[in-house]
Design a protein around this ligand. Structure first.
Ligand code: AMP
Length: 481
């Protein structure tokens, strides 16, 4: 027999299996609960968008957009789509024609208005048709979600809503990165955004406070908050030029990546982890010394607001973040147990991004938590415990007892108790063994005597203590735990 090729998950993506998936759900549930106490609401977004959305917001020269997006062309699939492509590409090949005479008089006789939308193809060559078929807008799997949130904010006119618009999202992101521990091609983010008219530093600090409330809730400890201000469109360009000039002077001592970034994106040089570049970077001009007055005041107030909330931070002038839209406040949170990919959350202010995407003047700030890394860090700290998925295992003996077992299972499940009931008759010992292996706390034994008496035997598996209970008593007993 020919060997059947086994299909495996592609490089950089993973399955999240039980019991890990339950731990993921608990973390997501904690995010939902904590964020709700800060008056955030969930937004559910599409997982792919027009490529241009990401190019315009994240920036063409960033790694994410220039190398890491999964992009595809949305080819015409239906005749309507093909027709739309043809009319868009070759508008000259179409003329509006008046409605033909027989139709005209038909409508006129009925006293109706005559439709005037007749359109006729004049000539379309095979190469033209081929071009139309290959035409299609470029779409990308989202590499992050802030751009989508901003797009949705504009598209749905959310600026008219009362107060600041506070949203969170949970879901997969896609980047064609080199896979390693803590770095995947499909990974999950839990993110939040606050959009509105105010850029009060209290918003920045409260968002960070919320992050720590969340991390506290899930028991992630040993976190470090790095904080920086990267200025605004007044002071940042001047600083970038200063930095570029300083970098050009030391260029021969830098690696190829950094040398290239001097021209494309000099701020990214500060991100470099290359040991031989560290002493050079330490000697470069620092943004904190070149902030304009407004940015200085804003940053000082962010820090005071963090102090008010008892949140410790570390100033890190090299924290620039990889995406173009950030300005002023930027921050990153690192966690233990992760090796080199130790950033579990990144965020910052992006006033002006809404305008860049065609919306009204709006301030904004947000963050994204890397859920995969949060889970890895929790695991490294021994905080992920597999919980049994069954509370009670019903052991029924003899075909005559199956109806009672089914009815009892339905009643218990209705009360929220997690029940396993063998779908076919199973030997007593085997059933009890399975109950044990599944980690069930109880076995409920149903034999013919029990059915007649209307009482069931509840066996606590930890110590084999048995009690005889009616259905109602069973529900009450099992609901206690
Ligand atoms: P960013 O959107 O690049 O600011 O990333 C925010 C957070 O998402 C990071 O701090 C990471 O925790 C997480 N993250 C980013 N890229 C990946 C990836 N390829 N795999 C896993 N987590 C990621």
């Amino acid at each position: 027999m020919a060997e059947i090729k086994q299909i495996r998950a592609i490089k950089g993506v993973r399955d999240i299996l039980p019991p890990a998936s339950a731990a993921w759900n608990r973390v997501e549930q904690a995010a939902r609960e904590v964020f709700a106490t800060y008056a955030l609401s969930e937004i559910r977004l599409p997982e792919f968008e027009e490529t241009e959305l990401f190019a315009r917001s994240i920036g063409e020269d960033t790694d994410v957009v220039s190398k890491e997006m999964f992009t595809f062309r949305n080819l015409a699939e239906t005749s309507e789509e093909l027709f739309a492509a043809i009319t868009k590409l070759f508008p000259d090949q179409f003329v509006k024609e008046p409605t033909p005479e027989p139709i005209r008089s038909f409508h006129a006789e009925l006293g109706e208005t005559v439709p005037e939308k007749g359109m006729r193809r004049i000539s379309l060559t095979m190469p033209m048709l081929a071009e139309a078929m290959a035409h299609g807008e470029l779409l990308s799997l989202r590499p992050e979600a802030t751009a989508s949130v901003v797009r949705a904010y504009i598209e749905h006119g959310m600026q008219t809503l009362a107060g600041d618009v506070k949203l969170y999202y949970i879901g997969p992101m896609f980047r064609r990165e080199r896979p390693q521990k803590g770095r995947y091609r499909q990974f999950y983010q839990i993110g939040a955004e606050v959009l509105g008219q105010s850029d009060a530093p209290g918003i920045d600090a409260e968002l960070i406070e919320m992050l720590f409330a969340f991390f506290g809730r899930i028991g992630l400890e040993g976190l470090t908050l790095d904080l920086n201000s990267i200025g605004c469109k007044e002071c940042r360009p001047k600083y970038v030029e200063l930095l570029r000039a300083a970098l050009r002077k030391v260029s021969p001592k830098l690696g190829a990546d950094s040398q290239r970034r001097i021209e494309t994106n000099p701020l990214r040089v500060l991100d470099s982890k290359l040991p031989e570049e560290q002493s050079i970077i330490e000697g470069l001009p620092r943004i904190s010394e070149h902030l304009c007055e407004d940015c200085k005041v804003h940053f000082a107030e962010v820090r005071r607001q963090l102090d008010l909330r008892g949140i410790a931070y570390k100033l890190n002038w090299r924290l620039v973040r990889g995406l173009d839209y950030y300005m002023r406040t930027t921050f990153e949170i690192t966690a233990p147990g992760l090796g080199s990919q130790n950033a579990v959350c990144g965020g910052g202010r992006y006033d002006g991004l809404v305008e860049l995407l065609g919306g009204p003047p709006t301030k904004g700030i947000g963050f994204a938590i890397g859920e995969d890394r949060v889970m890895l860090s929790l695991e490294a700290a021994g905080k992920i415990v597999a919980e049994p998925v069954v509370d009670a295992f019903i052991v029924w003996m003899g075909a005559a007892t199956q109806p009672a077992a089914i009815k009892l299972a339905q009643r218990l499940r209705g009360a929220g108790i997690r029940v396993e009931v063998p779908p076919a008759e199973t030997k007593f010992k085997k059933a009890l063994g399975l109950a044990d292996k599944l980690g069930a706390r109880y076995a409920i034994l149903i034999g013919e005597n029990e059915v007649v008496a209307g009482k069931f035997t509840l066996k606590r598996l930890a110590d084999a203590v048995q009690t005889s209970l009616t259905e109602a008593e069973l529900v009450a007993e099992l609901s206690k735990n």
